[in-house]
Design a protein around this ligand. Structure first.
Ligand code: KIV
Ligand code: ZN
Length: 511
């Protein structure tokens, strides 16, 4: 068997569990398509039994995204496994990922199960999954705080029952690299043994900032699958960063000596898409994908890099997808914009093109040049679901130190143009007040973030809002050089998602 490392990406399952992320099925399909272009080996598309939305996302990705294995998480409960298979049945290659906890604190306090009951549930769960498909992964949750003898016993039972991948999670990011290598070596020797058909895998969380280091250390102990999420997103401090693992393996072939299939030139595009759709900014100094990852500030460094890039760079920026910039400006016409889109490999239908072009022209009046990142942000916004209940048209605000902040927003709904007034503590607040009246639904703002996406005084910012209505949360986002207008558009995006779920009488009354 070839010595290959499997890249298992869980951005859409564990990554999406990060607070404030609420991806729609369409957005998940878009990310899964990009992960396929990045050529990850496995996409964990969700936890099918956890919600109707997750079920829909897993089913759509299974049916629409070809290339990688598509996985769904499942507890050992029969219903979870049946649901996972229902969602996966159209996949070209499917995997059911079964888990149960093995640490004393999880078994006693959370599951209220004895170790014997956990072991029995794992055997039954894995067998049931194997009845549906040949590719079954098992994870002993909280493995690093479990008795290693018990982890080995449960994993052996899982292999006996038919599991083909044994994944060891450091669920709470507690392990140190040397300690993790000890546990992984035991699993490799005592569970896999000589069985070539069993892959040992690792899944690390970043609570102590050690997720990538622990995952890579596990390779030396025989792990041949690493689980991670793009930009390292996930519960609490997040997961292992998929892109950091890919680049570490590629850059340090001399140490790891394992092959990976990933197309590294797709890394930046994937990172940006995930950041845009989740609303989670990428820190400037983030390894591989941060804005400064290939920037040189000090004179000595700049001088060195000009003589020879490798004086201060261990990776080539182009190898992760940092290519020369495509720019459109005030004087670019429809043909110029269409040409830029072609070069960027973006296909839009006529309606999407019309909307994106109008936004680009509007922006070009305020700014000299619009770069690739800004074009992508606008296209992404204009190409998204356009069956809006209420459409933002324009707005006016008054504020400053002498005037009480007021906003007037113009919207379109059912062919009518309507205006609503609002007041608040600031201009953004007043705008949101006016828009709430336009929608007439009881949605509460729970998160609001503004992140610059380009540099300079005329920088574009991405605005992310999260609203809660009933028990559900809805995320909205927009990009603009004007933070108040961008905030209005993002709020309208979120409220449209909420409104579509109710189309309440109050919305209709406003129309
Ligand atoms: O962190 C964890 O333990 C998990 C498992 C469900 C694999 O995400
Ligand atoms: Zn996890």
């Amino acid at each position: 068997m070839q010595d290959r490392l499997i890249i298992f990406d869980t951005t859409l399952r564990d990554g999406e569990q990060a607070p404030g992320i609420a991806l729609t099925p369409e957005e998940k399909v878009a990310i899964a398509g990009q992960l396929a272009r990045l050529k990850v080996d496995v996409i964990e598309a969700g936890f099918a039994a956890s919600s109707p939305g997750d079920f829909e996302s897993v089913s759509r990705i299974a049916a629409e995204v070809k290339g990688p294995v598509i996985a769904s998480l499942a507890r050992t409960h029969p219903d979870d496994i049946d649901r996972a298979w229902d969602a996966l049945r159209e996949a070209e290659k499917a995997r059911i990922h079964v888990f149960n906890s093995t640490s004393p604190i999880h078994m006693e306090r959370m599951l209220k199960m004895t170790p014997e009951e956990v072991l029995q549930s794992v055997v039954e769960g894995v067998r049931r999954a194997r009845d549906y498909c040949e590719d079954v992964e098992f994870s002993p949750q909280d493995a690093t705080r479990s008795d290693p003898d018990f982890v080995v016993a449960v994993c052996r039972a899982a292999v006996e029952a038919g599991a083909t991948t044994i994944n060891i999670p450091d669920t709470v990011g507690y392990a140190t690299p040397t300690e993790f290598v000890e546990l992984m070596s035991r699993v490799y020797d005592e569970v896999r043994g000589g069985r070539e058909d069993v892959i040992v895998s690792t899944h690390c969380h970043n609570d102590l900032g050690l997720a990538v280091a622990n995952s890579l250390a596990a390779v030396s102990a025989g792990a041949r699958q690493i689980e991670g999420a793009i930009n390292g997103i996930g519960e609490r401090a997040g997961n292992t960063s998929t892109e950091e693992v890919i680049m570490a393996i590629k850059t340090r072939q001399d140490r790891f000596g394992v092959e990976i299939a990933a197309d590294t030139t797709q890394i930046l595009e994937t990172s940006r898409l995930v950041s845009r759709l989740t609303g989670y900014p990428v820190q400037f100094n983030k390894a591989v994908v941060g804005r400064n990852a290939f920037a040189h500030e000090s004179g000595i460094h700049q001088h060195g890099v000009l003589q020879d890039r490798e004086t201060y760079e261990i990776m080539d920026a182009a190898s992760v997808g940092q290519e020369s910039q495509i720019v459109v400006g005030k004087h670019s016409g429809r043909a110029g914009f269409a040409d830029a889109l072609r070069k960027m490999d973006i296909a839009l239908d006529d309606e999407e093109f019309k909307r994106a072009f109008a936004r680009v022209k509007d922006l070009a009046d305020r700014k000299v040049e619009i770069n690739e990142e800004e074009i992508r942000a606008i296209v992404n916004e204009e190409a998204r679901d356009i069956d809006e209940v209420v459409r933002f048209v324009s707005m006016k605000v008054a504020g400053g130190s002498a005037v009480a902040p007021q906003a007037s927003v113009r919207v379109e709904a059912r062919g009518l143009t309507l205006e609503f007034e609002g007041e608040g503590d600031g201009m953004v607040h007043a705008t949101f007040d006016a828009l709430k009246k336009a929608f007439g639904i009881d949605a509460k703002l729970v998160d609001y973030r503004v992140v610059p996406i380009t540099k300079g005084a005329d920088a574009m910012a991405e605005i992310n809002v999260v609203v809660r209505m009933g028990g559900d949360i809805f995320a909205g986002r927009s990009v603009s050089t004007d933070v108040v207008e961008g905030s209005a558009r993002a709020f309208v995006h979120a409220l449209n998602k909420a409104a579509r779920t109710v189309i309440s009488d109050s919305v209709m009354d406003n129309l």
